[in-house]
Design a protein around this ligand. Structure first.
Ligand SMILES: Cc1ncc(COP(=O)(O)O)c(C=O)c1O
Length: 383
């Protein structure tokens, strides 16, 4: 059988060259990528089994361990966004019927519960109003009541701006033979995190927030107890693409093909993590804290109130109550259209009640705070 093609207008599609606005991304993510990250991403792709790429994979693993403050050998970037990291974390440690206890005090706790149920977990939840955190005593009581195989918490709830304290939770989990799993999507690279010291067994993140890399990879780490659970599974991991027992052969010593790694995303992540290491974790955390305090002070001067108690506020994401009589959506629209700045409204319980302002990674700089405060002032006070 042969095909004849007629080259005419019907087989030609003309499009314009891509043009995107240069926004200041001060919403819940993505944040602006660091120029050095974008530059690294524009290098030519090489093969995913090329010795140079394999070397780069080792470097990424080492840099990720540093950023997370862990020695976990199974530490890799999953190909996919933060939700792929969430899915990988759950899929690998949940066996059908396992009791999985999830703290829900925001949107991403809800997503964890939805996903865990899809892997056959017997999902139990504890809840708090959005913007509040769980005390250690509340977690102790819930673990005693439900006797979970896994406890999952969101360290940095992007929907509320609350930072869940994690000190003591790892010990609680170990004493109760339970794995401790955390979401660090809005904390890795911007909020103090000590995975080993806090005895966290599983954590995942995303590249597009405090790491200042575009969205597309989801760092994941499994500690020894989680790896043992994976090795001793009765059932196969129910998701082939995210099965760490397969993927670890690609990222581990044997380097066997699993899927084609997104080469240029990994270039970007390496550069993003190199920037983190250059700055140093303690310095980076201190910078995020100092810069967000400038924001809080400026918001107070405008008569605006933060939704979360100062003690539990995230340095990377602030929720601000929309004053009575102000059209929150219109303010978001004007900031975007007139000032080229993206912020976001609330989700779920906080929809229509708050604005969400992110100061993440490369964007956590005084000039960005002043630019946003100036825009807000002009819109809200007309001056
Ligand atoms: C805390 C948290 N977890 C998970 C996710 C999901 O990540 P993604 O949207 O990259 O899939 C996000 C995204 O904003 C998040 O903020």
């Amino acid at each position: 059988m042969s095909y004849t093609y007629t080259i005419n207008e019907a087989h030609r599609l003309m499009t314009t060259q891509l043009d995107v606005p240069n926004r200041l991304l001060l919403g819940p993510g993505p944040s602006n990528a660091h120029p050095r990250v974008l530059q690294a991403m524009s290098l030519p792709p090489i093969g995913h089994l090329d010795p140079r790429f394999i070397h780069l994979m080792n470097e990424i693993q080492e840099l990720l361990r540093y950023a997370w403050q862990t020695e976990n050998s199974l530490t890799i970037p999953v190909s996919g966004t933060g939700s792929a990291g969430m899915e990988a974390a759950l899929a690998n440690v949940i066996e059908p019927g396992d009791v999985v206890l999830i703290g829900i005090n925001g949107y991403f706790g809800l997503r964890l519960a939805d996903m865990a149920g899809r892997y056959g977990a017997d999902v139990r939840i504890i809840q708090k109003p959005w913007g509040q955190i769980f005390s250690l005593a509340e977690l102790e009581a819930a673990v005693a009541e439900h006797k979970p195989a896994v406890l999952a918490l969101v360290h940095a709830e992007t929907s509320t701006g609350a930072r869940q304290p994690l000190e003591g939770v790892g010990e609680l989990c170990r004493a109760n033979h339970c794995l401790f799993l955390i979401d660090t999507v809005t904390s890795l690279g911007g909020v103090p995190l000590f995975l080993d010291e806090w005895q966290v067994d599983v954590a995942y993140s995303g590249t597009q927030k405090c790491l200042s890399c575009p969205p597309g990879l989801a760092p994941l780490t499994l500690g020894e107890r989680a790896v043992q659970k994976l090795k001793n599974r009765r059932h196969k991991v129910a998701n082939w693409y995210l099965d760490m027992s397969l993927i670890s052969n690609y990222w581990g010593d044997s380097r066997t093909y699993h899927h084609t790694a997104p080469i240029n995303m990994n270039y970007g992540l390496r550069e993003a993590l190199r920037l983190v290491a250059e700055e140093g974790m303690a310095e980076r955390w201190a910078r995020h804290q100092a810069i967000v305090e400038l924001l809080w002070q400026g918001l107070a001067e405008l008569g605006l109130h933060c939704h979360v108690e100062p003690e539990y506020r995230l340095p990377s994401l602030t929720t601000v109550r929309i004053p009575d009589g102000v059209d929150g959506k219109a303010v978001v629209g004007r900031l975007l259209n007139e000032f080229n700045i993206e912020i976001a409204g609330g989700l779920g319980e906080l929809a229509g009640k708050v604005w969400r302002i992110g100061l993440m990674g490369y964007n956590s700089r005084p000039e960005n705070v002043y630019r946003l405060l100036d825009g807000l002032k002009r819109i809200l006070l007309g001056s």
